[in-house]
Design a protein around this ligand. Structure first.
Ligand code: ADP
Ligand code: MG
Length: 253
């Protein structure tokens, strides 16, 4: 099978300011279906720029990007938007949910912009299926303010899933969550990944990266390390461990 993502010598130079910034300097990598990669590196090392390239939100200055076999550089704005909508799902640190809109309606949003037309009952059904995958079908009518941070991020993941993307891109998805909730959210990603979705995730936290299958480290716009995770953590196991520690702590109170 050809890779889902193929980057060949990608460079990104921002030249809007006084001095051009060479944010990504020759990144070549492939992702196959079912991979789960964490992107790490110090602030300013080019992680977000690389993610924006992967997400077709920004064009590389140089280099070639094939997404699911399609050469992205040949596409115009509209074609890029369609490709993005069909193949990619996005999850952000700040959830980015619409406040006055229910969980279900938030999840329906990407279907409004897609090329495929759905009736409102189809949209409803698909949104509910997505919410079910993240374990929130019973919260469909809640507004974001009525949900915990972890639940809001799960709604955002359901939204990212609703068009059945090939790749999920997440920029610090656990950055706003406490450690227990982070493990919960990693559990959702691991479940999706087990079903075959390819995931790329930026994280600052080493222990979060250990839930992924592959760890990539960037420095000054270059990939300086790209290795499989040796002792992968399993979120379900960690959750059980956390719960047991909690009840043990209660007993000794
Ligand atoms: P990271 O996500 O690892 O913190 P970024 O990709 O955001 O790194 O940034 C890499 C470099 O590119 C930094 O030096 C940053 O200041 C610069 N940069 C990022 N976005 C822009 C932009 N839109 N215009 C100019 N410079 C930028
Ligand atoms: Mg960043």
């Amino acid at each position: 099978m050809p890779p889902v993502v193929q980057l060949e010598d990608i460079h990104k130079i921002y030249d809007s300011g006084e001095v051009p910034v060479h944010a990504v300097r020759g990144v070549t990598l492939q992702l196959h279906r079912g991979e789960f990669m964490a992107v790490m590196g110090a602030s300013g090392s080019g992680k977000s720029t690389l993610m924006n390239t992967l997400g077709c939100l920004d064009r590389p200055t140089r280099g070639r990007y094939l997404l699911d076999g399609v050469d992205v550089s040949g596409l115009d704005r509209n074609e890029l938007a369609d490709l993005r909508n069909a193949k990619l799902g996005f999850v952000f640190q700040g959830f980015n949910l619409l406040a006055r809109t229910t969980a279900r309606e938030n999840v329906e949003l990407p279907m409004l912009y897609g090329q495929r037309r759905h009736s409102s009952s189809q949209m409803h059904e698909r949104a509910m299926r997505s919410l079910d995958i993240v374990g929130l079908s019973d919260r469909a009518d809640h507004f974001p303010s009525q949900l915990s941070g972890g639940q809001q991020q799960r709604v955002a993941i359901a939204r990212a899933l609703v068009n059945e993307p090939q790749v999920l891109l997440a920029d610090e998805p656990t950055g706003n969550l406490d450690s227990k909730t982070s493990v919960e959210v990693m559990g959702v990603f691991q479940k999706l990944n087990a079903q075959g979705i390819t995931i790329v995730m930026v994280t600052h936290e080493l222990d979060i990266a250990r839930y992924c299958r592959r760890n990539l480290i960037m420095r000054d716009g270059r990939v300086v390390s790209d290795i499989p995770v040796p002792d992968r953590l399993v979120a379900e196991v960690e959750m059980t461990r956390l719960r047991e520690a909690e009840s043990a702590a209660k007993l000794t109170d």
